[in-house]
Design a protein around this ligand. Structure first.
Ligand code: FES
Length: 107
């Protein structure tokens, strides 16, 4: 299990234990984390799983997936260099303690 800390737009933190091999979007939904919708179920068709990887972790999650940039363009909240689709971030032990910031809105 890998700990992930979500920080809402207004600063509320929620720490979860996610299963390795899962993706961050599904882990958030499984733990009722507000601020992630994941409308398309992780098939990179919606951008309602938009998140900002904390600067300290941005290099460790790896680059955006093919097509992720295009889908992020349709995200409702501002894009940042650390913007990711959380469904494209695979949970792994080396991400233990990762901090994910949530946008103000997904819709
Ligand atoms: Fe739809 Fe991630 S859940 S793009």
């Amino acid at each position: 299990m890998t700990r992930i800390v979500f920080v809402s737009h207004d600063g509320v933190t929620t720490e979860i234990e996610a299963s390795d091999g899962d993706n961050v979007m599904r882990a958030a939904l499984a733990h009722d984390v507000d601020g992630i919708i994941g409308e398309c179920g992780g098939s990179m068709m919606c951008a309602t799983c938009h998140c900002y990887v904390d600067d300290a972790w941005a290099d460790r999650v790896g680059p955006r997936a093919d097509g992720e940039d295009d889908m992020l363009e349709s995200a409702v909240s501002e894009l940042r260099p650390t913007s990711r689709l959380s469904c494209q971030i695979r949970v792994a032990a080396d991400l233990d303690g990762m901090i994910i910031h949530l946008p103000e809105s997904q819709t």
